[in-house]
Design a protein around this ligand. Structure first.
Ligand SMILES: [Zn+2]
Length: 408
């Protein structure tokens, strides 16, 4: 019944002539150990010149790789990899068919780890695969980086640039999306000008043509330096909202100072930041009561609400009318922070209104953003930028991973 178990193990390690399993043993402590070797005088092809050569010896020390579990028990592969003597190139070390340079895991183990990583938080996966999350991070980083490096930008025509925080909001990454292909094409550390500049450099290095870019969606700070002169710029809806919300916050902070009943408004300020759709009935009642008790904050809050009405417009023309109305309301609101915000909005009016032209692009970016939030949850074990950025690429980058396919 079990006479071809050897074959099963060999094919799981992708062993072909002259590679053979010479010993397999289940040890009492609960792990399988498999020894792989090559016969004396076996034929090889020189890794450097491609000439036919023979095995001449092996490396002095045995190496061990972790392989996929056997019947839920961890499995280790032991091997002293052969050396060959080439008349042209001298002594050469052969690689084992199941190994990747500098990894203590077999290619099959790594492929399986990558397969699960797409669906599972890293900490949980580390438990299931019985390995540490550092090793998983380096496997993830290697395969993602391998695919990212090979990607070219010659057919990219639409971009969306956004930022997201990690490490409990203390650090940021800038994410660049190809909105036409609905995938993340770059992740840079930080959220300042240099992040976009880094991307712009990479874009050119990888055969991207700035003149082909027809549309860019981003926030106002990034719009100040254009990636392409030909691109029609759209200011992100969320960043416009943020400008008005910040103004509301300043208004209510100032009004809080003027009033004695500070604590009530202090607690209420957080309520005003919740998107209207998400407010419960009790929260709506509280915001109404606070708006009455603090008239300036109330006025600012009504401006924020009407921003939602502006974004609900369907046609370009109605959106422009709504924008002008909102702008003049903010300007005449007698609330200094709102007046300043009105100025900012006016400067970017054209780019803000572009939102209505590129509605689809924005919906795509919102979808990808929710994938990034999921990546953040999966990467919870990661502390470093590399782990976080690799996870974003993995879930939202549509990568062509080159690891061995596990299921055929
Ligand atoms: Zn050679």
């Amino acid at each position: 019944m079990f006479n071809n178990i050897n074959k099963l193990l060999e094919s799981s390690l992708q062993l072909e002539e002259p590679w053979k399993i010479t010993h397999a043993e289940f040890k009492e402590e609960g792990a399988a150990h498999i020894t792989v070797d090559v016969k004396k005088g076996a034929q090889f092809v020189c890794p450097e010149c491609g000439g036919e050569i023979k095995r001449y010896g092996h490396e002095p020390n045995e190496r061990v790789w972790r392989h996929a579990d056997i019947c839920f028990f961890p499995c280790y592969i032991h091997c002293k990899r052969p050396r060959v003597m080439c008349p042209h190139c001298g002594v050469k070390q052969m690689d084992a068919p199941f190994e990747r340079k500098n990894s203590h895991f077999t290619l099959q183990f790594e492929s399986y780890a990558m397969l699960i990583l797409t669906d599972m938080p890293i900490e949980r996966e580390a438990k299931i695969l019985r390995c540490d999350d550092k090793s998983l991070t380096s496997i993830l980083h290697y395969w993602v980086n391998d695919a990212v490096e090979k990607r070219q930008f010659n057919d990219v025509t639409t971009l969306a640039i956004d930022e997201t925080s990690f490490k409990k909001g203390h650090q940021y990454v800038t994410v660049v999306i190809d909105s036409e292909k609905r995938s993340v094409i770059d992740v840079e550390p930080g959220k300042d000008k240099s992040a976009v500049e880094n991307f712009a450099n990479k874009f050119t290095e990888k055969n991207g043509d700035k003149n082909n870019i027809t549309s860019v969606t981003c926030d106002m700070s990034k719009s100040l330096f254009s990636i392409s002169q030909h691109a029609d710029l759209t200011i992100d809806k969320f960043h416009v909202k943020q400008i008005v919300l910040n103004a509301l916050d300043e208004v209510s902070k100032a009004e809080q100072k003027e009033n004695e009943n500070k604590l009530v408004l202090f607690r209420g300020r957080r309520l005003f930041m919740i998107p209207e759709k998400k407010l419960t009935a009790a929260q709506i009642a509280s915001t109404n009561a606070l708006s009455k008790a603090y008239p300036k904050t109330g006025r600012a809050y009504r401006i924020v609400s009407s921003l939602n009405l502006f974004y609900a417009c369907e046609a370009n023309e109605t959106a422009e009318i709504a924008f002008n109305k909102l702008h003049s309301w903010m300007r005449r609101s007698r609330l200094e922070p709102m007046k300043t915000a009105a100025q900012t909005l006016k400067i970017h009016k054209h780019n803000i209104l572009n939102y209505f032209k590129n509605r689809l692009t924005n919906a795509i970016c919102e979808d990808i953003n929710s994938m990034i939030q999921a990546a953040k949850r999966k990467a919870r074990g990661f502390q470093a930028f590399l782990g976080f950025s690799s996870m974003i690429y993995l879930v939202a980058g549509k990568l062509q991973l080159n690891c061995t396919p596990i299921f055929r």
